[in-house]
Design a protein around this ligand. Structure first.
Ligand SMILES: Cc1cc2nc3c(=O)[nH]c(=O)nc-3n(C[C@H](O)[C@H](O)[C@H](O)COP(=O)(O)OP(=O)(O)OC[C@H]3O[C@@H](n4cnc5c(N)ncnc54)[C@H](O)[C@@H]3O)c2cc1C
Length: 458
C-alpha cells in the first residue's frame, strides 16, 4: 500500500472521516469503469461520500475551485460514463445505500443512490410488490447509476425502462444547492418535467442523492419457452407474432448463430448444431403464465421454429434460460471484445443482424448479435486480438459501419448503456446540431461552469 494520499489532493476539507481515499491502489480502482479501454488519468482524487452533506461539500468546493466532478455508483458503465477524467474529483455515492421509506399503499420507495438494484427488488418483493427495471448488472449496479443511464434490461418488453419508475428526485447541483424534482403522488403535472431531464443525464447536471421510485404488484414466477430456428427470417416472424399478441411476453430474448456457437463451445446447452437463431420467451402474468407460454409456443411453431420447449414450472423454465444466462461468460471465454448497444425498430432487427453478418465477413471481424429482441435492442460484441492495434481498429470500424446502418434504419446509437465517452462522436449524427445546441444550453442552466462529468456525452 502506498502512503501517498489522493493523486491531486484537490478534495475539500470538512468531509466525513475516511471519505477521501488515501490509498493509491484503492483510488486506482475507482478511476475506471467496465468499459473497454477505461484507464485512470494522471491526477484525480476519490471521495466516497458517506452522506448528502459530503456530496454538498464536494460540489460547493468543486464549483468554487472549478474542479471537474465525476459522479459514480458501482462503475459498471459500459460506455465510459464513470471513468475519472484528468484533475477530477471522483464522487462515489455507493455508501449512501439506505431504502429510507417503502409505502405499500402509495406504492413507492424512497431510496438513496447507492442502493443496489437487486436489493431494492428484494425489499419490494418482501411486501408483495416489485421494482421491475432489471439490468443484467442488477446484482451490482446502483439505483443512482440506473437513473443516470435510464437503464433497461431483460424485462423492458413488458415493463419499460427506469424512467417509467422514477417519480421524483433529490439532486445536488454544482455549487452545493439541493433541489427536489417531481412528486411522491401517483399523478402530477406541476411544471416542466425536470425529473425526466435528470433521468439518463449521465452525471452531467448534478448528483442524485435520493429518488422516489414507483413499485408495482408482484408478478407470478415466470414460465419460459425456448424455441430454435434454422433461419433468421423464421425467428423474426416469431418475434413479430409475439409483439402482436394481446398478452405479450415479459421477456423476449434473441440469440444469433454466432452467440449460440460461443455458448455451445463453452458447454452443451442443447442447441442444435445448425441453429440460426433461438428465442427465449417468458410470461409472468398473474394466474395466466401456463396458458400464455402454451400460446407463445404455438405462435413460434407457426412461425417455423424447428424445436419448441415449454417450461412447465419455475425449475424447468430456469433451465431453458440457462443458455441465455451463460452468454456473458461464453463471450468472455471466446476472447477480447467490446460490447455495444444499438436499438432499431423491431421490424428491422433481422436487417440489422444480417448487416452485422455481412460486415463480419467483409472486415474479417467476429461479431455476435444477441439481445433484447422484444425492444429491437441488441448488444453486438466485436472481437479482436489483444495487443494487435490493427485488429482493434478493424473491430471499431466494423462497429462504425453497423452504427451508420442502425441510424439509417431509424434506430439509435444507444438503447440503454448511455453515450459516455465511447459514443459521444456519434451523438451529433443522431440528434443533429440544432438539438445538440439545445442540449448544451440545458446543461449550462444547471452546470454553468461545465464541471459535471466533463468529456462525457456532449
Ligand atoms: C455485466 C454487465 C451487464 C449489464 N447489463 C445492462 C443491462 O442489461 N441494461 C442496462 O441498461 N445496462 C447494463 N449494463 C450497464 C450498467 O450496468 C448500467 O449502465 C448501470 O445503470 C450503471 O450503474 P452503476 O451504478 O454501475 O453506475 P456507474 O457506472 O458508476 O455510473 C454510470 C453513469 O451514471 C452516473 N452516475 C452514477 N451515479 C450517479 C448519481 N448518484 N447521480 C448522478 N449521476 C450518477 C455516472 O457519472 C455515469 O455517467 C451492464 C453492465 C455490465 C458490466
Amino acid at each position: 500500500m502506498s502512503s501517498s494520499a489522493t493523486r491531486t489532493g484537490n478534495a475539500p476539507a470538512g468531509l466525513s472521516p475516511r471519505a477521501v481515499v488515501t490509498d493509491r491502489d484503492i483510488a486506482a480502482a475507482y478511476a475506471i469503469d467496465a468499459s473497454l479501454g477505461s484507464t485512470a488519468p494522471d491526477a484525480y482524487s476519490v471521495v466516497r461520500a458517506r452522506d448528502r452533506a459530503d456530496v454538498v461539500e464536494v460540489l460547493r468546493h468543486a464549483q468554487e475551485q472549478r474542479i471537474p466532478v465525476v459522479p459514480q455508483g458501482a462503475r459498471t458503465s459500459l460506455a465510459g460514463g464513470s471513468t475519472a477524467s484528468e484533475g477530477c474529483i471522483v464522487l462515489n455515492v455507493e455508501a449512501l445505500d439506505e431504502i429510507t421509506e417503502l409505502d405499500e399503499l402509495e406504492r413507492f420507495a424512497v431510496v438513496q443512490p447507492g442502493v443496489v438494484n437487486a436489493d431494492l427488488k428484494k425489499a419490494a418483493a418482501a411486501v408483495g410488490l416489485a421494482y421491475p427495471p432489471d439490468p443484467a448488472s442488477s446484482a451490482t449496479s446502483t439505483i443512482g447509476g440506473n437513473i443516470a443511464t435510464n437503464a433497461g434490461g431483460l424485462c423492458c418488453v413488458k415493463y419499460g425502462v427506469t424512467a417509467d419508475y422514477v417519480r421524483g428526485l433529490e439532486v445536488v447541483l454544482p455549487g452545493g444547492e439541493v433541489i427536489r424534482t417531481g412528486r411522491r403522488t401517483a399523478k402530477g403535472v406541476a411544471g416542466f418535467d425536470l425529473t425526466g431531464l435528470f433521468v439518463g443525464s449521465e452525471g452531467l447536471l448534478g448528483v442524485v442523492t435520493s429518488a422516489v421510485v414507483r413499485l408495482v404488484s408482484a408478478p407470478d414466477p415466470a414460465l419460459t419457452v425456448l424455441a430454435t430456428f434454422d433461419s433468421l427470417d423464421a425467428a423474426t416472424a416469431g418475434i413479430l407474432a409475439l409483439r402482436r399478441d394481446r398478452f405479450g411476453p415479459s421477456l423476449l430474448e434473441l440469440l444469433d448463430a454466432a452467440s449460440i456457437s460461443a455458448i455451445q463451445q463453452m458447454a452443451d446447452y442443447g442447441f442444435p448444431g445448425d441453429c440460426a437463431a433461438a428465442l427465449i420467451v417468458s410470461s409472468d402474468r398473474p394466474g395466466h403464465t401456463s396458458e400464455d407460454v402454451q400460446r407463445y409456443a404455438s405462435l413460434l411453431d407457426d412461425a417455423g421454429a424447428t424445436d419448441v420447449a415449454v417450461g412447465d414450472d419455475a425449475q424447468e423454465s430456469d433451465a431453458l434460460l440457462a443458455g441465455r444466462r451463460a452468454l456473458h461468460t461464453a463471450l468472455e471465454v471466446k476472447g477480447p471484445h467490446f460490447t455495444e448497444d444499438l436499438c432499431v425498430p423491431v421490424a428491422r432487427l433481422a436487417d440489422l443482424i444480417r448487416a452485422g453478418e455481412e460486415i463480419s465477413a467483409r472486415r474479417g471481424v467476429d461479431i455476435t448479435l444477441s439481445g433484447h429482441a422484444g425492444d429491437g435492442n441488441v448488444h453486438p460484441c466485436f472481437f479482436f486480438t489483444q495487443g494487435d492495434p490493427d485488429s482493434q481498429h478493424q473491430a471499431q470500424d466494423a462497429f462504425g459501419d453497423l452504427v451508420v446502418l442502425a441510424l439509417d434504419m431509424g434506430g439509435t446509437i444507444t438503447g440503454e448503456h448511455g453515450v459516455g465517452t465511447l459514443k459521444k462522436h456519434w451523438l451529433a449524427r443522431e440528434l443533429g446540431e440544432p438539438e445538440l445546441a439545445r442540449q448544451r444550453a440545458l446543461k449550462a442552466v444547471f452546470d454553468p461552469l461545465g464541471i459535471m462529468n466533463p468529456g462525457k456525452v456532449l
